[in-house]
Design a protein around this ligand. Structure first.
Ligand SMILES: [Ca+2]
Ligand SMILES: [Ca+2]
Length: 489
């Protein structure tokens, strides 16, 4: 019902999605519509709601009274009914009268529209219901519109269908009320018959009984809503991003993967660049591909280095296009089990050239002067019998997360020194700037002896293992090293 003479602007389920375009149109006119409280449970779309069909609709009020506030923002008369004739059988009878009651009778047959002029001069209109001659049921229905799944039903005041934009056919007393479509058809399509004559007699669908402005705005709003539902506007391009699984665990030195998926949620697909934040130290997150067209997906690879921080972290995966959206990934980095163990010293027996060792001249050799422990090569430091310094070093990356780290090498010391108390010639073994051990001519012995050291203190670091042999001015001491290993496991 959208033509109430003293109408307001109401929308059924005004906050619903279905109502959105209806409300949007009236909002564009700054109408400030309200919920159709009065029509709840009885509005035309109520049966649709009962059937679980999302509906909405406009209404302009029935028998309730317009408030002062509503009159202030909408115009009209405060404290008067939106539609003083709405289903008011007691007042809108088929009788004409004067004084305190009807003074004339315009009683018609079944399904007739009936006009009654009251003594007070007001004109009240009802529609006669079938079989209720003399006491027409107040079933007056002005034009109403229902939007249900894009369907618009327009009915005239008496419930008959009309085409939008076409007033009811004038079947009444042409000329009596110039410019006014005076009669409507009954629900059965029978032309309404007007009781009596003269200016006080009007059909139920007269322009004087509707508010043209409200009706016009309602019709426009419905048209707008239909267009929105059928064609749509120009939505903003948007997308969503998700990560699956939403959490994962990775051990130090290992990798794990997840899938980043995107979906276009409105508008057109767009390029989404992927990035991640929140990964702990030592963990890198990469995407392949690094950008996708929304709707596409990428593989996220999480790589934890041997030195990665352990614990649980939240990695935020962000997709950036015309807007940005994020998803989170719970990452747990574990230490145990992440040991990238093994034997870490390269060319440990010196049989493969000099790489990756760094040594002074003549150190790595297959000279027969000192036997190798294995193979034919070894590292022979000093042995000159004169002031001399030899070095032998190698850089090594010690992984984190291992249970044990053992440095071992075989050392043979041969000397010409005869003292049993003075270390004239020395061999120093260092890791970085830390000295692990020092040997001298006092440690001379036949054959090789294995020396071992715990290197756990260097887990997660890249360090240089270095042997330095310093010989004094006389009496040679040879420091012969072979089979250097650093076992992490
Ligand atoms: Ca060797
Ligand atoms: Ca010496």
């Amino acid at each position: 019902m959208v033509g109430s003479p003293n109408g307001g602007y109401f929308i059924n389920r005004i906050t619903s999605t279905t109502a959105a375009p209806l409300k949007a149109y009236w909002d564009s006119l700054n109408i400030q519509p309200e919920e159709n409280v009065e029509g709840q449970g009885r509005s035309d779309d109520y049966p649709f709601q009962q059937a679980g069909i999302a509906t909405s609709g406009y209404a302009t009020g029935a028998s309730a009274r317009k408030t002062t506030t509503q009159a202030s923002k909408w115009g009209g008369t405060a404290n008067s009914a939106y539609d003083s004739c709405y289903r008011n059988a007691g007042q809108c009878s088929a009788l004409q009268g004067g004084g305190e009651g009807p003074r004339g009778e315009g009683r018609q047959g079944p399904s007739r529209a009936v006009d009654v002029t009251w003594a007070g001069g007001g004109t009240v209109t009802t529609c006669g219901a079938k079989g209720s001659s003399g006491s027409p049921e107040a079933s007056r229905r002005t034009q109403r519109d229902i939007v249900a799944a894009g369907h618009v039903e327009t009915k005239n005041a008496c419930g008959a269908d009309v085409r939008p934009g076409q007033p009811p056919a004038d079947r009444g007393e042409a000329g009596t009320h110039p410019g006014v479509a005076r009669s409507a058809r009954s629900a059965e399509g029978i032309p309404a018959i007007h009781g009596g004559g003269g200016s006080q007699h009007r059909s139920c669908d007269t322009a004087s009984n509707i508010n043209a402005t409200i009706l016009n705005r309602s019709a426009d709003g419905v048209a707008y809503a239909i267009w929105q539902l059928a064609v749509g506007g120009t939505p903003t391009n948007d997308f969503a991003v998700a990560v699956s699984p939403t959490a994962g665990s990775v051990a130090r030195g290992a990798t794990t993967i997840a899938t980043v998926s995107t979906t276009t949620t409105s508008g057109n697909a767009q390029t989404v660049n992927l990035s991640a934040t929140g990964a702990p130290s030592g963990v890198t997150v990469s995407f392949s591909p690094s950008s996708v067209t929304s709707g596409g997906s990428a593989t996220m690879t999480v790589s934890a280095s041997a030195t990665a921080a352990t614990g649980t972290f939240t990695v935020t995966v962000t997709g950036t296009g015309s807007v940005s959206h994020s998803a989170t990934y719970g990452l747990t980095v574990t230490g145990a089990g992440g040991c990238a163990g093994g034997q870490l010293i390269g060319n440990s027996s010196f049989e493969s050239g000099t790489t990756p060792w760094t040594a002074t001249s003549g150190v790595i050799t297959n000279s027969t002067g000192q036997a190798a422990r294995t193979g034919s090569y070894k590292a022979w430091l000093d042995g000159y019998g004169s002031t001399h310094t030899d070095t032998l070093s190698q850089s090594v990356t010690v992984p984190a997360g291992c249970a044990s780290y053992t440095l071992a090498f075989w050392l043979h010391i041969d000397t010409a020194e005869t003292t049993s108390s003075t270390a004239y010639d020395r061999l120093t073994v260092q890791v970085g700037t830390t000295t692990l051990a020092t040997y001298s001519n006092l440690n001379a012995a036949t054959g090789y002896a294995q020396r071992t050291f715990n290197m756990a203190a260097y887990a997660g670091q890249t360090v240089t293992l270095k042997f330095t042999g310093v010989e004094d001015s006389s009496l040679q001491t040879s420091f012969v090293v072979d089979d250097v290993t650093l076992q992490a496991g």
